[in-house]
Design a protein around this ligand. Structure first.
Ligand SMILES: Cc1cc2nc3c(=O)[nH]c(=O)nc-3n(C[C@H](O)[C@H](O)[C@H](O)COP(=O)(O)OP(=O)(O)OC[C@H]3O[C@@H](n4cnc5c(N)ncnc54)[C@H](O)[C@@H]3O)c2cc1C
Length: 435
């Protein structure tokens, strides 16, 4: 574990692309930054994506250099596997209480050799691959993880000592306890990102019940060269799917589940995944059932047209229900809007639910910021100061303020870092004037 100082200029909470960028921009201006991530690795959602729309650049090729830069920056201290317990304003800035969760592995001694993982006999669904692959009870989170340090899951560990015997640096430590860390920070940036609406929230679609109804992030992992299988196949039987359906707004623009807003990225990631599927499996049909396609960003309309030109079927329809056939195929009952509302039952091998985006974290009193009616951080002056939260000295960036794509998350992170730098400059000038 990095040596923790008692005082930092900036605290950044969340090390997805927005938090990493904010930390780099703030540190680049000469401020000392503590970057805190609750997962065992930094990188957020982006490090698990295959390609990014609309350029189809490799996502991890953009994300991992930033992860390495964060890890090696002399002004950034990285704390992973750590949660915020409490954040409170004081005369000198913010008093911050963090809790570092036990990895049961001594972080500074682990060399990432994965010998512990090979020695462990337990098989656990792989969290990073959305349960499609597996890892041991002690494991390196994934190939691009930073830090490359193992973490042991006590929920599955048999505590037979196999990993400890295999470890060449003797770094397995079953006695570790949660550790409370107290620091002071001059300014705070919250970049706590997104979660997807739970797969099973719309019971009529069978998510979480039918194995071939998938989460779009799981599809990203299936398409990734470093994913669980290295290609797209049906989870139920390993068959190459010949007919894949995307159901749009499966958890967005739906007041009945408390997500009335558009998640903004789902049309684009469905089109992107469709293009990638057709590139690798030209004989596979991809159909996107949607209410309307929202392709709002620079180059996005062209990307939509490209997808249609490459054979993606874009069908204006309402999907009422999905049922599973005995062979695990899926039957969609759809109302075809462009055919006068004709109701049809259409079979597909695999269905991806374009689940909506919800906030990755709710402060629940841990931080003194207000949230809006959808649960994202409230921005009181959206038009004038889009990176300022409701609380002085606390800035916000990325999907934590509302659904958005990667370029917008990065731009906001830069704005949050700049606002934080100006705030720190003003605070330091005030303190200097008093002396
Ligand atoms: C299926 C899918 C495909 C996508 N494809 C694209 C694409 O091709 N192009 C594109 O531009 N966008 C795409 N996006 C959107 C993109 O993923 C987001 O814009 C981007 O990840 C937002 O980054 P972020 O840093 O705001 O959030 P995140 O990536 O969610 O990062 C937030 C980080 O904060 C951490 N965190 C949360 N709470 C706490 C806490 N309390 N304490 C400490 N850490 C915390 C999380 O663990 C996480 O690491 C896609 C999204 C999805 C779902």
């Amino acid at each position: 574990m990095a040596e923790i100082k008692q005082e930092y200029d900036g605290l950044v909470l969340g090390a997805g692309i927005a938090g990493m960028q904010a930390a780099l921009d703030l540190a680049g201006q000469g401020f000392d930054v503590l970057l805190v991530e609750r997962a065992p690795s930094i990188g957020g959602v982006m490090v698990g994506l295959n390609k990014v729309f609309p350029t189809l650049d490799c996502s991890s090729c953009i994300c991992t250099p930033r992860m390495a830069e964060v890890a090696h920056h002399e002004r950034i201290t990285l704390l992973t596997y750590t949660e915020l317990k409490h954040l409170e304003r004081t005369a000198r800035g913010f008093s911050v209480t963090l809790v570092k969760k036990p990895r049961y592995v001594v972080e500074e001694d682990c060399i990432g050799c994965a010998k512990c993982e090979l020695a462990c006999n337990v098989v656990v669904p792989h969290e990073f691959d959305y349960g499609l692959g597996a890892h041991a009870a002690v494991y390196i989170p994934h190939g691009n993880a930073i830090p490359q340090v193992a973490v042991l899951d006590p929920q599955y560990c048999m505590f037979d000592g196999a990993c400890a015997r295999a470890c060449p640096t003797d770094c397995i430590d079953f006695t570790q306890q949660p550790e409370e860390i107290n620091v002071q920070a001059g300014a705070v940036i919250l970049a706590t990102g997104l979660k997807l609406v739970p797969l099973d929230v719309k019971k009529e679609y069978g998510g979480g019940k039918y194995v071939n109804v998938m989460n779009p992030l799981a599809m990203e992992r299936l398409q990734s060269p470093n994913g669980p299988y290295g290609h797209v196949m049906r989870p139920s039987d390993g068959k190459i799917p010949r007919s894949i359906a995307y159901v749009q707004c499966a958890g967005s623009r739906d007041k009945s589940i408390g997500v009335p807003y558009c998640s903004r990225i789902c049309c684009m990631y469905a089109l992107k995944q469709g293009i990638m599927i057709r590139q690798h499996l030209p004989e596979t049909e991809v159909t996107i059932y949607h209410m309307d396609i929202r392709a709002f960003g620079k180059g996005y309309e062209q990307f939509y047209r490209r997808a249609v030109g490459e054979g993606i079927r874009v069908v204006k329809a309402k999907v009422a229900r999905i049922t599973e056939e005995p062979n695990k195929d899926l039957k969609l009952r759809v109302e075809l809007i462009d055919e006068g509302g004709r109701v049809a039952e259409i079979r597909h091998d695999l269905v991806v639910l374009s689940q909506g985006v919800i906030p990755g974290w709710k402060p629940d009193g841990a931080a003194p910021v207000r949230i809006d009616e959808d649960g994202f951080f409230l921005i009181p002056e959206m038009a004038a100061r889009p990176a300022n939260s409701s609380h002085e000295g606390v800035f916000v960036a990325g999907v934590a303020t509302g659904p958005k794509d990667i370029p917008d998350a990065i731009v906001e992170a830069g704005a949050a870092a700049m606002e934080a730098a100006m705030y720190l400059g003003r605070s330091q000038a005030r303190a200097g004037g008093v002396q």
